[in-house]
Design a protein. Sequence first.
Length: 253
Amino acid sequence: MRRSPGQPAMRPWHRLRPTAPQGSDYALAIARHAQAKASLDAAQSRLENVSITTSVGGTVLKRHVEPGDVVQAGKTLFELAVVGEIQLVLQVDEKNLAALRLDQSVVAVADAYPSERFAARVFYITSGIDAQRGSVEVKLAVSAPPAFLKPDMTVSVEIAAGRAEHALVVPAEMIREASSVAPWVLVVRDGMAVRQSVKLGLKGSGQTQIIAGLNEGERVIAPTTPVVPGANIHAIDTTISSGPVLKAQEIIQ
């Protein structure tokens, strides 16, 4: 390239190549990188602790902690009602374990709605037994739950452990000392209140099977009536002797 008179000579231009940090500069850069990574990890950890998540969807029933509380590992923070199929959790006496099986159909009734019965199905039976309670945990699925069913409701369940057709039955509340070794009823015979020992069979749906001691068509006196054995029923107000007539029907336990 030619230059004009008086124009200063141009020096050749060279691209400068970056050089790797050496010595103390390199060590300082490594330390700053490690510090930045530690700060990032700490920030991510704090971010993860901002939200408490669960593997299933549901509605919070109870909260056991408040914001700012310090909690220990394993502490229950919330109790949830899981969205989806309703489940019933039972503690069944271990002596009834032989009567349980998976996919077994049962009938349930909420104590608050005793006249409303609904179906459920056994889908889980724990493999262990609660030694203190002597019970087995059983879970039931309710595919068509009634509208009144709410979390934490007390529910009674009838599990079919036996079946009897054309059985003599009487309302369970008519049996006196039913849990003793010698249950009995007060029955009307020849105008008299007679104490009669009975042998019980299956129980279900608020009724008890009578295996021996009574005959079909006999009238049983309710325990709530002021009648004692030997009383002359004809001499007493007839409403006192009113009670269920023993009848034959199918009963499932």
